[in-house]
Design a binder for this molecule. Structure first.
Ligand SMILES: Cc1cc2nc3c(=O)[nH]c(=O)nc-3n(C[C@H](O)[C@H](O)[C@H](O)COP(=O)(O)OP(=O)(O)OC[C@H]3O[C@@H](n4cnc5c(N)ncnc54)[C@H](O)[C@@H]3O)c2cc1C
Length: 377
């Protein structure tokens, strides 16, 4: 059997290695349009690669369709497979990282395993189209064509296109009549109607609440980073993902700068002290300065501290996003990740409409789907 894998990212690499281990006589050819592999993995986890998470995965992903795959390839199973590739991991809380704390370790180990398995890689592969015939599949590149028995599409989404996932495959898949659920940037900074010029670069711990048409749809504590034109930080990334799933709604974001102290307790403090004393004592000086300018007192001041309102303007765009919302509809694949439209065509990783919050879950899906397909193909 001859298999082409489009995309030398994590899902494509994991599938190729696992499949070749089980079927050493079969041939795998990876077609990668960049001139080098696994560029994105180097950027993950701020260069440390948050490669997994050992907490419960219930309700984490956008679609339950994939829960069986993640149950079968859960954290422990993935950890064992990674260990067999010489990727040793450790947990920091629930987050898994390579012990080296370097994404380079992960990239190098995957490249080594691909080389050791003698998997052929064609770089700068410019794929123009493919056609599925009765007995085989033709893949048309700009400078050649290839005949294969199976085609695995592992091209990622559209996030951070300079790292390879530029969404170019979606035009081809559109022509092949796949439903591509609307692509939006997820896990990215949020642009607000308010400007935060004087707070640019300020980081504070707080709780973020997002209301969609006045109903709470997100509440999470974490570090909030103020940017000139909006908000960033992991908790904001996670909020952006929720918003990206329905951009037609109206959103309001509120920040609680003191989630550990109740409004009542602050009220008691305020009944004995002036507003400036409270702000000086409890709030980051730059935020305090901004609030002081409003000359608020009493409940209005407490509201500003416990529920600082920001109005959603837009998501900051694919070049700043870590995951793509949308992709090939899960309705167009069966439970073996094979296309319902074309025989012997398969999808793994982020090219499918699968996304999750920050915390290692998106790489877990890339790994789980690659391992799962290697069992079935
Ligand atoms: C900055 C950043 C930080 C992140 N940090 C984390 C993290 O810490 N933990 C986590 O779990 N997730 C993280 N993610 C998300 C995670 O990296 C992705 O979900 C995961 O890499 C998806 O794997 P994939 O194999 O599906 O696609 P990708 O990793 O995107 O790989 C796709 C590959 O296909 C190639 N390709 C694309 N189109 C074509 C084409 N038409 N022809 C040929 N080749 C093509 C690309 O060049 C690329 O090599 C992060 C993402 C970014 C951008």
């Amino acid at each position: 059997m001859r298999i082409a894998v489009i995309g030398f990212g994590v899902s494509g690499a994991i599938f190729s290695i696992a499949y070749k281990r089980a079927h050493p006589k079969d041939e795998i050819i990876i077609l990668e349009h960049l001139d080098s592999p696994l560029k994105k993995v180097l950027a993950t986890g701020n260069g440390k690669c948050n490669i997994g998470n050992n907490s419960s995965l219930k309700g984490i992903y956008n679609d339950d369709f994939i829960s069986g795959i993640l149950e079968r390839y859960d954290y422990e199973t993935q950890e064992k497979f990674l260990d067999s590739l010489n990727i040793k991991t450790k947990l920091v809380g629930n987050l898994a990282y390579p012990i080296s704390e370097s994404a380079v370790t992960v990239r190098n180990a995957l490249i080594k395993a691909i080389e050791a398995a003698k998997i052929k890689v064609i770089y700068n592969a410019n794929i123009e189209d493919y056609s599925v015939n009765d007995k085989d599949i033709d893949i048309y590149l700009s400078d050649r064509s290839l005949k294969v028995d199976r085609l695995v599409i592992a091209t990622g989404g559209k996030s951070n296109p300079k790292l390879g996932s530029d969404g170019s495959i979606f035009d081809i898949l559109n022509d092949h009549h796949y439903r591509i659920n609307k692509l939006e940037p997820g896990l990215c900074p949020i642009v607000t109607k308010e400007s935060f010029k004087e707070l640019d670069g300020t980081r504070v711990k707080g709780e973020v609440t997002v209301r969609k048409n006045n109903k709470i749809v997100f509440k999470e504590k974490g570090e909030i980073l103020f940017k000139k034109h909006g908000l960033s930080g992991i908790v904001i990334f996670n909020a952006s993902r929720i918003i990206a799933h329905d951009l037609n709604a109206k959103y309001e974001i509120s920040l609680d700068f003191l989630p550990e102290i109740s409004k009542d307790d602050l009220g008691i403090f305020l009944s004995f002290n002036k507003a400036d004393v409270l702000l000086d004592a409890y709030i980051h000086p730059l935020i305090s300065e901004r609030i002081k300018k409003e000359n608020l007192t009493g409940i209005k001041l407490l509201d500003r501290i416990k529920s600082f309102k920001c109005h959603f303007d837009s998501l900051s765009g694919f070049e700043y996003s870590q995951v793509t919302i949308g992709g090939v509809s899960l309705k167009d694949v069966n439970n073996k990740l094979e296309s319902n439209i074309e025989k012997h065509v398969y999808f793994i990783g982020e090219v499918l409409d699968v996304d999750a919050p920050c915390g290692g879950y998106n790489l877990m899906w890339a790994i789980a789907s690659g391992l799962y397909l290697s069992d079935y193909l």
